[in-house]
Design a protein around this ligand. Structure first.
Ligand SMILES: [Zn+2]
Length: 217
């Protein structure tokens, strides 16, 4: 352990990224209790959507997982990306091995990116790809902001809310490719469906998805 790391640990003792308890010696990022008791999905909790063939996620979006992801998205807890990336990569390795050609992510709009200072799905995709010995590349752009999906209610409203806001940046890059699209959470799947629709329309062969967490049906 370097001097600086030691000093930082004294000033900011490392806490579990899920339940925030202080970590014991030898624990890294996640406490022993959470490692054992997080709401893990079975077989990646695989679900399909309108335009993507499958979406996998290692955990359910509830309790400490939900709290953790909210800190990651809105409270600048960007350091969580590495551990999330490891969890997502494990889930991809177990469930989607050999089924995709290219890793990408669901982007923020440039306005939201400027406000927040980081794109949480991009950080996650980069971390997961690194863990898989791969790279993640940008394929989509979000042209305008819409009301937050979580405030929209029904699936129909969510669908209408985001229709037409994503565009493919480089159709040649995705031509005939099987794209693995990464987002932070998946609830109704309407955002992933819209992104998948746009990718397919621009020439992608298939779209598969992965997230940190999904809602229970
Ligand atoms: Zn914990």
């Amino acid at each position: 352990m370097g001097f600086l790391t030691g000093l930082l640990d004294l000033l900011y003792p490392p806490r579990c990224i899920f339940c925030r308890t202080l970590l014991k010696k030898g624990e890294r990022a996640v406490c022993g209790k959470c490692r054992n008791e997080l709401p893990y999905t079975q077989n990646g909790g695989a679900q399909s959507g309108d335009f993507f063939s499958v979406c996998v996620a290692p955990m359910y979006y509830e309790g400490a997982v939900r709290e953790s992801i909210l800190r990651y998205k809105f409270k600048e807890a960007t350091g969580y990306a590495k551990t999330y990336g490891e969890l997502v990569a494990g889930c991809i390795r177990d469930n989607l091995n050999g089924r995709y050609d290219l890793i990408s992510w669901v982007p923020l709009s440039s306005r939201r990116y400027k406000e927040r200072g980081y794109d949480q799905a991009m950080l996650l995709a980069l971390a997961a790809a690194l863990e898989l010995g791969d790279v993640a590349v940008s394929t989509l752009e979000k042209h305008r902001d819409v009301a937050r999906q979580s405030s929209m209610g029904s699936a129909e409203k969510r669908k209408a809310n985001i229709s037409g806001v994503y565009h493919v940046t480089d159709p040649e890059l995705i031509d005939s490719k099987r794209i693995l699209l990464i987002d932070d959470i998946v609830t109704t799947g309407s955002t992933l469906s819209e992104c998948a629709r746009v990718l397919l329309e621009s020439g992608a062969r298939e779209v598969l998805c992965a997230a940190i967490a999904r809602s229970r049906d």
